[in-house]
Design a protein around this ligand. Structure first.
Ligand code: ZN
Length: 316
């Protein structure tokens, strides 16, 4: 195999010194070490027959590969018939293309990993940031940095005659990045753990209204836990939530299950419960958290709004 045939990275197009190393492997192909995409393997056949496809999805494969490299040095093995399977297998890593925030989370996570102290400045080539954010090109990357700046998450600017980006995390960005690092993401989703039946519709609607008013997206999965599918969906949503609102009224098992799961992930929680008549009074156990008591729907809206304002540092 003539190694010098490969003059640019098949994923990102990097050439020259950015294409660090190409070695032929025992399987019919190469191991490529690219400054932007990390180390991956690709068959000769894939390079020849998938050019168009790689043009289209190269930035996604590059992002996946970088993440794999950072987890126990795993890497992608690209063959023409494995590309679709790779996209499917690693779908959970790839930010939704219409969700800016998921891409920003990837950048924040990277910036936090690469810095050891708050305000530390990091400079790197633009092309190196692109796959980290799963950005399609430098324009999208600029947009993501502008957005983070607008939200007071980072400062940034071009350096080295516009070839590099210099950036540092600001206070809100540092805090958020620490939370993302701990395995919980989510900028704006708020999971509502509450008992549902006809009598609680108004309560749920009121919680949703407050959450929405404060710029968050309310996630509410109706029904008790009847199926594994619902459990999985709920836990998945909690994992991605900025915080969880737990209405303990009714002392339902599923509500405590969700609360315990969120607690284990170190997700902020706001506990509320409806004031009970004396004969139904019971103790609410929330550890060191306060459970906010509400009398009716209107009262709930007021106390919930103030509790979120106090407890959740970064709102939109
Ligand atoms: Zn590359």
């Amino acid at each position: 195999m003539n190694v010098s045939n490969i003059t640019k990275c098949p994923l990102c197009g990097a050439n020259g010194s950015d294409l660090r190393e190409v070695t032929s492997t025992h399987v019919d192909g190469y191991t490529i070490r690219c400054f932007h995409c990390g180390t991956f393997a690709i068959t000769d056949e894939c390079i020849r027959s998938c050019e168009e496809k790689l043009e289209e999805i190269g930035y996604i494969l590059s992002g996946i590969n970088l993440e794999l490299n950072s987890i126990n040095n795993q890497y992608l093995e690209l063959k023409s018939d494995s590309l679709e399977k790779i996209l499917k297998d690693y779908e959970y890593l790839v930010p939704n293309s219409d969700n800016l925030e998921e891409k920003v989370e990837k950048l924040l996570k990277f910036l936090r990993k690469e810095t050891t102290y708050f305000t530390q400045k990091l400079s790197s080539k633009i092309e190196r940031f692109i796959p980290i954010a799963y950005a399609q090109n430098s324009n999208e990357l600029r947009g993501l940095f502008d957005w983070m700046k607008e939200k007071n998450l980072v400062e940034w600017g071009y350096t080295n005659q516009g070839k590099d980006i210099g950036t540092s995390l600001l206070h809100d960005g540092w805090e958020l990045a620490n939370k993302i690092k701990k395995g919980r993401g989510g900028f704006d989703k708020v999971f509502i753990a509450a008992w549902s039946d006809q009598s609680t519709t108004e309560i749920i609607d009121a919680i949703k209204e407050v959450v929405k008013k404060l710029g968050f997206q309310a996630i509410w999965i109706p029904g008790d836990f009847f199926s594994q599918q619902i459990v999985d969906k709920a836990l998945g949503e909690i994992r991605q939530s900025r915080f969880v609102i737990v209405d303990q009224t009714g002392l339902r098992q599923s509500v405590f299950f969700e609360a315990g799961f969120a607690y284990g992930l170190d997700i902020d929680m706001i506990y509320i419960h409806k004031k009970q008549e004396e004969k139904f009074k019971y103790e609410f156990y929330t550890g060191h958290y306060q459970s906010h008591e509400y009398e009716d729907v209107e009262h709930l809206k007021i106390i919930l709004e103030s509790a979120i304002n106090v407890r959740i540092p970064m709102k939109k």
